[in-house]
Unconditional design. Sequence first.
Length: 128
Amino acid sequence: MLAAIKAWARRLKRDGLALWFAWRDPATPWPVKALCWFVVAYALSPIDLIPDFIPVLGFLDDALLLPGLIWLALRLLPPEVLARSREKAEHWMESGAARPRSRAGAWLVAGVWIGCIALAVLWWLGRR
C-alpha cells in the first residue's frame, strides 16, 4: 500500500509540473491556461489557503483540493498538450532541477486572506 501511495504522489507531482508547462504552451486554450495558472500558483505557493497547523482542515487542501484541481485541469487540456507537458515534466524531474516557486501564488493566497479579514472586519463593524 505504501508503494501505491508513493506512486500516486509521484504522478501528482509530475502532473502538477505538467500543468506548469501546459500553462506556457501556446496550444492551450486561454480558459484552461487560466485554470492551469491558478492551480500551479497555488500548488507552488509557500503559503497554504488553510494553514497546516489547523487540525484536520489544515491538510484538507493538500489531500483533496489540490489533487481535485489538478485532475480537473488535466481533463480540460487538449491531449497533445498534455502529452508534451507530461514529457517535459518527466524530463525536469529526472534532471533533478529545483522545484519552481510561485510568488504569484503567495500573493494570491495572501490576497484571499486579506480579503477574508477585511470582510470579517466590515461585518463586525456593521453589527455595531
